[in-house]
Design a protein around this ligand. Sequence first.
Ligand SMILES: [Zn+2]
Length: 78
Amino acid sequence: MQYYTCMVCGRKFYEGQGIILTISDKKLYFHSKGCAYKFLRVVIENSNTDCISDSLEITIKNFREKLESKSKASEKKI
Ligand SMILES: [Zn+2]
């Protein structure tokens, strides 16, 4: 069975256990959500804010819409 090494803490994990992300042709390996969060937070902090402000805006909008449709769906049930 193939295993991967967490890029943050160095722990080993097997396929299907951790989190594997592909961002701009780079594979990122994390054994847990906590390690993925730690890594991505640093990526964001080190990013040029001009570069990410658009995708940040879109992501905020996407989640907001999801929340709104969710609350609408629960309203219908009542
Ligand atoms: Zn880890």
